[in-house]
Design a protein around this ligand. Structure first.
Ligand code: ZN
Length: 204
């Protein structure tokens, strides 16, 4: 085999570094801190280690599809129009113009109302002040551990429902949103007994 020239060796190194991604060398704390800074630009300080511990707890006590949903949300890896810099699409649930945006989905009154109809005992609010974003980011105050697991379940319920509504391309419809969210809750319960238990604790 021919010995690679210096140029080849250099480009191999660059490709390798591209594949590995220089950003991937950052620690979990650094990656999460950057995400939190995106969601809470005004925050003076935040406890990243506590957030990571909570995420690890979710990953240990709930199935991977729910833990993945949480991670995708808090790192803003959702296919909203705003992520693709297409500000024209409306909220998939309430229909407000230009609001197909995860930041709006955390604050959407229609979503909050449906979510709390389905999970009335979920303490964390999905509403319009900063504490709700902290809850969404696993950083809010939590008195009981099932509330933390409930937030994870809510991430999956809300965001899978929005994905389905987007795929169908239909106009916003509150009744249909609630039906889809309930269907997703049933699916979670069928797929995993731990998710079913948390759901039952927060629903009754
Ligand atoms: Zn909305």
């Amino acid at each position: 085999m021919r010995k690679p020239t210096q140029t080849n060796a250099q480009s191999n190194a660059s490709i390798s570094s591209l594949i590995r991604g220089t950003r991937c060398k950052r620690t979990a704390q650094e990656v999460m801190a950057a995400r939190v800074r995106y969601w809470l630009p005004e925050a003076q300080e935040f406890n990243i280690n506590r957030m990571i511990r909570r995420y690890a707890y979710i990953a240990k006590h709930l199935p991977a599809f729910i833990a993945t949903a949480v991670l995708k949300s808090i790192t803003n890896c959702r296919c909203t129009s705003s992520r693709f810099h297409d500000g024209g699409s409306p909220c998939r649930v309430c229909g407000e113009d230009g609001k197909d945006d995860l930041r709006h989905y955390i604050n959407c009154n229609a979503i909050r109302s449906i979510l709390h109809t389905i999970l009335p005992k979920l303490e964390a609010q999905w509403g319009d002040d900063i504490s709700n974003i902290e809850g969404f980011m696993l950083m809010g105050r939590m008195r009981r551990v099932e509330q933390l697991l409930g937030i994870a379940i809510a991430h999956d319920l809300v965001l899978c429902t929005i994905n389905t509504l987007r795929t169908r391309g239909q106009a916003a419809n509150l009744l249909q949103t609630e039906q889809l969210m309930r269907a997703r809750a049933r699916q979670q319960a069928v797929r995993d007994i731990r998710a079913r238990k948390v759901f039952q604790q927060l629903a009754n």
